[in-house]
Design a protein around this ligand. Structure first.
Ligand code: IMP
Ligand code: MG
Length: 180
């Protein structure tokens, strides 16, 4: 069984416009703290979003990375979030912004949020490009959401299936095809 790119869910231009708006929303919410913002990127899905978003944030900042796996290999349903990598500066008394690609069950973001709160930051906010609105838990606080989308497995703009398709400049569904 192979996968093919299906419908475009969010075109490139719409992503670009919304990411610029999100940059403004984030700057307004944080103000300009003297110590800057510490951005925590959840790898690997957030890298394309992250790299566009931080160039819309002309403010003092540093970057840290964590990686969490929940869709090993060719899985298209979450197998539960597991923390893999944790490379962060000291977060005590810092203003932290967690950046991830997509929220489905919320398990990934909740795991990262809980871990970061243990480091006693001054504030923590969260930004995701996509949220699957039917599945995302109502009690999970997300401060900045790019787009609410329907419940379908999507790829592109950093999101992968089995490691592929991260380089698509738009967000699309994938569809299974059975060989001839
Ligand atoms: P959650 O922990 O269930 O909220 O899932 C979040 C993580 O699963 C995201 O950080 C993505 O890496 C991955 N994920 C969830 N839905 C999709 C999807 O539709 N396409 C690709 N990756 C996804
Ligand atoms: Mg992810």
């Amino acid at each position: 069984m192979d996968q093919q790119i299906g419908d475009v869910v969010i075109p490139e231009r719409a992503i670009r416009n919304r990411v610029a708006e999100m940059g403004d929303e984030i700057l307004n919410a944080f103000g300009e703290p003297a110590e800057g913002i510490t951005i925590v990127s959840v790898l690997a899905g957030s890298i394309v979003f992250l790299s566009d978003l931080i160039r819309q944030l002309p403010t003092k900042m540093r970057l840290g990375i964590v990686s969490v796996t929940s869709y090993p290999g060719r899985a298209t349903s979450s197998k539960g979030a597991i923390l893999e990598t944790w490379k962060l500066p000291d977060l005590r008394n810092c203003h932290v912004l967690i950046v991830d690609d997509i929220v489905e069950s919320g398990g990934t973001l909740r795991l990262v949020l809980d871990e970061i709160k243990k480091s006693a930051p001054r504030s923590v906010k969260t930004a995701v490009l996509l949220r699957k609105i039917a599945k995302a838990p109502k009690d999970l606080p997300i401060d900045f959401v790019g787009f609410d989308i329907d419940d379908a497995f999507v790829v592109g703009y950093g999101l992968d299936f089995d490691g592929y398709y991260r380089n698509l400049p738009y967000i699309a569904t994938i569809s299974a095809t059975h060989g001839a």
